[in-house]
Design a protein around this ligand. Structure first.
Ligand code: ADP
Length: 296
């Protein structure tokens, strides 16, 4: 149940955004997210998707909206339209178009549309703003060199967060050693700065009622397209056909196989930062595996 005043504020903000008087008929919780409270907000004529969190997460909603809007302009893959956002009484909210989502749909089309999204290439790696991966800040300072970007803005940043949480010194030392070996993963490979979803785990894509792919909850930046592909494989696998379809539009370098565990190290570190527990063991195992690849 939402506080009535807060509900009124949301109603007013949506009304201003759509330029008509909206009246909320029902608000029903939507499950599946791991950070915010989510609702299906129904008015007489339309449904909206509402996300709510503490006021301190307002910046997170703003960067999510910005990424959704940038992806929408590429005309490559469906994303929910951004309606409005706001904060009130120590809470913040984001309102999006509501899309009826299914777990099954046209996976081959998803592969091709994701490749089309990735074909939006920038001159540098990074993004206009810093954003968030989960609730962890994600730095996106413009950088010419991908290895430098991935080292500083991704792994080293997470490492500093883990150090503040008193991560075991042995693992810290190993990650520092690994960082010195990063070029070993990139021999003969020069990635281009591709527009990414940035947090493309299985929970952040689905299909609309026509089977068309939909991606949501992005943490976009311009980076190596392989990072999105790697994350798709972190908790599952979209299947061999997915990769064949994708590669018809955006070829995948043979070295992806070796870089995949490195790219997913970032997300394992983030999970260790956010949730600790078994992710710490997973982190140690992953770092050992990567060091083995570099011969260290
Ligand atoms: P969180 O930021 O808390 O992780 P998500 O943005 O991932 O939340 O959304 C939570 C769940 O709500 C998703 O797993 C998905 O099933 C559903 N969902 C996300 N966006 C929409 C939308 N625009 N319309 C309808 N359902 C959505």
């Amino acid at each position: 149940m939402l506080n009535k005043l807060f509900e009124k504020q949301i109603q007013q903000t949506i009304s201003n955004a759509i330029n008509e008087n909206l009246s909320i008929i029902s608000l029903n919780p939507v499950s599946g997210g791991d950070i915010n409270q989510a609702y299906c907000l129904e008015s007489k004529s339309k449904k909206y998707f509402l996300k709510i969190n503490h006021e301190k997460y307002y910046a997170m909603f703003c960067t999510e909206a910005e990424a959704l809007q940038i992806i929408a302009t590429t005309d490559s893959i469906r994303v929910p339209k951004v309606i409005c956002m706001g904060k009130f009484s120590q809470q913040s909210f984001l309102v999006l178009e509501f899309i009826e989502l299914n777990s099954h749909g046209d996976l081959a089309l998803f592969a091709r549309q994701l490749a089309k999204l990735h074909l939006n290439i920038n001159a540098k790696f990074g993004f206009e703003n810093d954003n968030f991966i989960g609730t962890t800040p994600q730095k996106n300072a413009w950088t010419n060199n991908w290895i430098e970007f991935f080292n500083r803005e991704r792994i080293s940043f997470q490492l500093e967060c883990l150090k503040r949480k008193n991560l075991n010194r042995k693992i810290v030392k190993k990650i520092e050693r690994l960082l010195k070996q990063l070029p070993a993963f990139f021999s003969g490979y020069l990635p281009v700065p591709a527009l990414l979803h940035g947090d493309l785990w299985q929970g952040n894509y689905a299909f609309d009622t026509f089977g068309n792919p939909v991606i949501y909850d992005p943490a976009s930046y311009y980076g190596d397209h392989e990072t999105d592909l790697a994350m798709l494989e972190l908790f599952g696998h979209p299947g061999a056909d997915f990769f064949q379809q994708y590669a018809q539009i955006f070829p995948v370098d043979r070295g992806y196989f070796h870089r995949k565990p490195l790219y997913n190290l970032y997300h394992i570190m983030n999970h260790a930062n956010l949730f600790g527990g078994s992710y710490l063991q997973q982190l140690d195992d992953r770092v050992n595996e990567l060091l083995k690849f570099t011969g260290n």
